[in-house]
Design a binder for this molecule. Sequence first.
Ligand code: GDP
Ligand code: MG
Length: 195
Amino acid sequence: MRRITSAQYILSAVKPSQYPDDQLPELALVGRSNVGKSAFINALAGRKSLARTSAQPGKTRTLNFYRLNDSFYLVDLPGYGFAKVSQAAKRQWAVMIETYLQNRQQLCFIIQLVDIRHEPTADDVQMYRWLREYDAPRAVIATKADKISRGRYLQQVKVIRNKLGMEEGVPLVVFSAVNGTGLEEATNLDLQAVE
Ligand SMILES: Nc1nc2c(ncn2[C@@H]2O[C@H](COP(=O)(O)OP(=O)(O)O)[C@@H](O)[C@H]2O)c(=O)[nH]1
Ligand SMILES: [Mg+2]
């Protein structure tokens, strides 16, 4: 099995002039605030606090770039769907994300994270539709699998695939940052995507 052997936080950016300029391939993470993006990065990197996990949703307002194996970036995009922000802040969020997703040449894969426990929200559905419309190479990670029993995985996977309208060929990985469920599969997915 190929592994992640090094991981570094590089920088945070709010506009293109601040993005890294070394041309490495990039893999972006999108999802609601609190879905587990930071925990996913830490699990993948095998580090406890490379990315700050937070009990306060809506905190990350920047694109955070992490360099893995000195060969690609994981880009943590600001979470959506946080109710307590103003319309203006939501617009700012949308511009920041779309600017990155639409224009970034070295972006080669997008991972959308959703919570395995719940039916995807309207925001999740909208995000996925956007990815499909742009024909972005993509996968979905269903997080927090440790919070439900194994017996419910299949049922929840069906709910998620259905609600998002996922095509059969698009991977969905059941994942837990707490007990390591799906970690190997997610690692392989990431490494393949940036090859
Ligand atoms: N039980 C469990 N909790 C998780 C998991 N992933 C994240 N969390 C918790 O969910 C909260 C939000 O996680 P975080 O990674 O900060 O979400 P982000 O806003 O998407 O970056 C934190 O309290 C994490 O500890 C998981 O796989 N299992
Ligand atoms: Mg985060």
